[in-house]
Write a protein that binds this ligand. Structure first.
Ligand code: PLP
Length: 416
């Protein structure tokens, strides 16, 4: 019996406490501002990590990175942007901040990421219906899994549409040996507390060259002109990363590869321990060019798998946040919605929760979110299917082999 609560993915600091060393330096030198030596050094570390002569701007969040990338691609009111539907809301919400409309595209079975054929269909149809090309394409590395970026780039190049890779969950994932976020025009990273590395909250935008980097940096720092006073010719944002947060990031970069290796190890253990459990399938990466960071390991449950207590699923309204996340202020008004995980998935989530394990349904596709009911969507049923049967399991550096064995035992125990 493990007597701690096992979370999905917790921040994990370097053993030498380098994060605190860099934070202390920031305090000692009075660089307690959203710029400074830690921010510059963190950006350098990130650029070295992603390689390919890219330039990186460190920002206050991954959401800010999506927002700035869209602005840099010229997205504005009345435009459309192709976005993977199967994702966290931060991939698409910034499109709406700009008065533009997300056009959601469904996923392929293998990777759960944007289906390139459907994407091309959507591009053609939008051009036919609106007379305009979508302004950008946003594929998402769901749970770290690489998308088919070679095919996506081929189609995007054919129509001359820039690609913004949302690699917020895919820090360190590779496709054909190259780091995600370096294929498209821009690459989004997130360093939220639950990601592969953290800065508590933070993100970064990978830019193609110095010219684009200058533009993004200018936009991220209130678009100032170089006068002795504050002169603004354009609207900018206060999105640059704090020097304190960047100190955490610098320490985290020293353990980034260890974290990725640990996630790989945990995934392999789940694959091994669950391989003979009937009705439970671990989501694996396709063979070939894919090299996921396995940010979160995920399983799917056969719809006819019987899980103990499934008759009690969705009987009560959930109050507060699953997993204790902050900011869940609105209390749900109903216990059910018209699109939700199957009862056996909810029953397994509840059984794991009672056993001290945080498990979470996979992202609910954006085209099924009430807030996006009017957005165009090109669907093939994949993301909705996976949403109904998928469950994310704990995977972070704090998850030990013993924890994985305990989690797998609890999964088996929950089955009737
Ligand atoms: C796919 C995806 N895109 C964007 C973000 C936004 O990142 P942040 O939370 O740093 O704003 C996240 C994560 O939180 C994410 O999972």
């Amino acid at each position: 019996m493990v007597n701690k609560r096992i979370y999905l993915c917790l921040a994990h600091m370097s053993e030498e406490g380098l994060e605190q060393k860099y934070i202390k330096e920031a305090f000692d030198t009075n660089w307690v501002v959203p710029l400074g030596p830690n921010v510059n050094a963190f950006e350098e570390d990130l650029a070295t990590f992603v390689g390919k002569d890219k330039k990186v701007v460190a920002l206050s969040s991954g959401t800010a990175a999506v927002h700035l990338a869209l602005i840099a691609c010229g997205v504005g009111p009345g435009d459309e942007v192709i976005v993977q539907s199967f994702t966290f809301c931060a991939s698409s919400h910034p499109v709406t901040y700009l008065g533009a409309t997300p056009v959601f595209v469904d996923s392929e079975r293998d990777t759960w990421n944007m289906d390139p054929d459907l994407m091309e269909e959507a591009i053609k149809d939008r051009i036919a219906k609106t007379g305009k090309k979508p302004k950008a394409i946003v594929p998402v590395a769901l749970y770290g899994m690489p998308y088919q970026i070679d095919r996506i780039m081929e189609i995007a190049d054919k129509y001359d549409i820039p690609v913004i890779e949302d690699a917020a969950e895919g820090f360190g994932s590779r496709y054909d040996g190259k780091v995600l976020g370096t294929y498209g025009e821009y690459g989004v990273l997130s360093f939220n507390g639950n990601k592969m590395i953290t800065t508590s909250g933070g993100g970064a935008l990978i830019c193609p060259d110095k010219k684009e980097w200058d533009k993004v940096m200018w936009l991220a720092t209130q678009a100032r002109e170089s006068y002795p006073y504050y002169q603004h010719d354009a609207i900018g944002y206060n999105y640059r990363m704090s020097n304190i947060c960047a100190g955490i990031g610098r320490g985290q970069m020293t353990v980034a590869n260890d974290h990725i290796a640990h996630h790989h190890h945990v995934q392999a253990l789940y694959e091994e321990l669950l391989k003979d459990v009937k009705g439970v399938t671990v989501h694996k990466q396709p063979a070939g060019k894919y090299d996921s960071n396995f940010w979160l390991s995920t399983i799917t449950l056969d719809p006819d798998l019987k899980v103990k207590g499934e008759e009690n699923a969705y009987k009560t309204i959930v109050r507060g946040a699953i997993g204790g996340a902050a900011g869940v202020i609105h209390v749900a008004s109903t216990a059910v919605t018209d699109c939700q995980p199957n009862n056996n998935v909810e029953a397994m989530r509840m059984a794991l929760n009672d056993a001290g394990i945080e498990a979470r349904p996979v992202w609910k596709p954006m085209h099924k979110q009430p807030v996006y009911k009017d957005a165009p969507a090109y669907v093939n049923g994949v993301s909705e299917d996976v949403f109904k049967i998928g469950l994310c399991l704990p995977t972070g550096p704090y998850v030990s082999d013993e924890d994985v064995r305990y989690i797998v035992d609890c999964i088996k125990e929950s089955i009737q």
